[in-house]
Design a protein around this ligand. Structure first.
Ligand code: PGA
Ligand code: ZN
Length: 417
């Protein structure tokens, strides 16, 4: 047993410059874990609640109440408890909150403590976080789903689809994944510059040019893959996050410029898009409540395309249960702050894996220098991670941590620190 002696929180800022919660958990042996929580822009309606203040000083974005909840209620409740029992710590947090969506204390305050406790416990055990989190001491480096073009709610441009990503399927190591992504991204930049297009980046670090259509973005990415000497569909595949909640008006979808289409027509559109292009993964293709269209799409394309539930499942094992039952998808996006504790996140990951769903560990569009998700991906042998482009340090820090982990695993006994 290693007791928690103090938990302390404060308001800091995320990559969009919005306030967020940072917490430290201090243990009796001097170990300290620190965590900063991320925040989404295209959030699902069933996500755990992010507590923000109604306070004009920070345009209703400050998190002083969430910080106060950590410093008083949570600190008093967890002081003296065993940090090494993560499940118990998380259960105490869940019960102290007492609501279904963590709206009393805020999922931001709860998650910051849950992750910080896990990090402190790993330090106390003199283990890397991924080692401490692992069930069986077997590890796997994930393939990065690297955001290369940003659209939708993540960029101020004309693209409807939120994320255009590349996955370096031909790579034999994480380091090689990075090299393939690096070349493809640099070549895309050159192509955009040659076409006098904007090369400034969106929230997740991908380019955000103003193009005439989503298909034009795909064509430019394919050109950059070819220019880099790789074979599209073999060395590098394409992955999309449609974030279709944002395109749905309650009846139809606005994914094709100047046209509104039904869910049936949308499924036909995905079918033709995946026939035309080497697209191997589509996230949130359908609005979060239309379960039957999700099942139809998975039935139609699920053999050859990864169908990923993000806003559909919100990392919640109850919604995932339904998805397994109804064969709604074949993969789940995992975001810790959608559910609010490390233990609940692990439960959802293992439920998915036990039912042959791929697990993709994910950042949020408003993220921070915290690299916990890299360790989580390796510890849970998740075969993919989605954490933005090769720019903006809050994205690159996750890739750098994975490079460190790859080095640690190749040299047992050596620490990258
Ligand atoms: P968000 O976007 O963090 O803004 O929700 C990421 C995603 O939709 O996957
Ligand atoms: Zn998404």
């Amino acid at each position: 047993m290693t007791k928690i002696i103090e938990i302390k929180s404060r308001q800091v800022f995320d990559s969009r410059g919005f306030p967020t919660v940072q917490s430290n958990v201090k243990l009796e042996d001097g170990s300290i874990g620190t965590s900063i929580v991320p925040s989404g822009a295209s959030t699902g309606s069933y996500e755990a609640c992010e507590l923000r203040d109604e306070n004009s000083k920070y345009l209703n974005k400050s998190v002083f109440n969430a910080v106060e909840n950590v410093n008083n209620l949570i600190n008093n409740h967890l002081k003296g408890k065993d940090s090494l029992d993560q499940e118990n710590i998380d259960e105490l947090l869940i019960n102290l909150d007492g609501t279904d969506n963590k709206s009393k204390l805020g999922a931001n305050s709860i998650l910051s403590v849950s992750i910080a406790n896990c990090k402190a416990a790993a330090q106390s055990q003199k283990k890397e976080i991924f080692e401490y989190l692992s069930k069986d001491k077997k590890y796997k480096l994930p393939f990065p789903l690297m955001n290369i073009v940003n659209g939708g709610a993540h960029a101020n441009n004309s693209l409807n689809i939120q994320e255009f990503m590349i996955r370096p399927d031909g790579a034999n190591s994480f380091e090689e994944c990075m090299q393939i992504a690096f070349l493809t991204i640099q070549n895309l930049k050159k192509i955009l510059e040659a076409n006098k297009m904007n090369t400034s980046v969106g929230d997740e670090g991908g380019f955000a040019p103003n193009l005439n259509s989503d298909e034009e973005a795909i064509d430019l990415i394919l050109e950059s893959i070819n220019k880099s000497g790789f074979k599209p569909g073999k060395d590098v595949t394409l992955c999309l996050d449609v974030a279709s909640n944002e395109l749905y008006d309650g009846k139809n979808y606005s994914i094709i410029t100047n046209k509104k289409i039904s869910s049936g027509e949308l499924i036909d559109y995905y079918s033709s898009l995946t026939n035309k292009y080497p697209i191997k993964s589509i996230e949130d293709p359908i609005f979060e409540d239309d379960w039957s269209s999700w099942s139809s799409l998975t039935k139609r394309l699920g053999e050859k395309v990864q169908i990923v539930g993000d806003d559909l499942f919100v990392t919640n094992h109850k919604r995932l249960d339904r998805g397994i039952e109804e064969k709604s998808a074949n993969a789940i996006l995992i975001k810790l702050n959608q559910i609010g504790t490390v233990s609940e996140t692990l439960k959802t990951i293992y439920l998915a894996q036990d039912n042959n769903f791929n697990t993709i560990i994910s950042h949020r569009s408003g993220d921070t220098e915290d690299t916990f998700i890299s360790d989580l991906a390796v510890a849970t042998k998740s075969n993919q991670i989605k954490t933005g482009s090769l720019s903006r340090s809050e994205r690159v820090s996750k890739y750098n941590r994975l490079l460190n982990i790859e080095e640690i695993l190749k040299n047992p006994g050596m620490s990258a620190i």
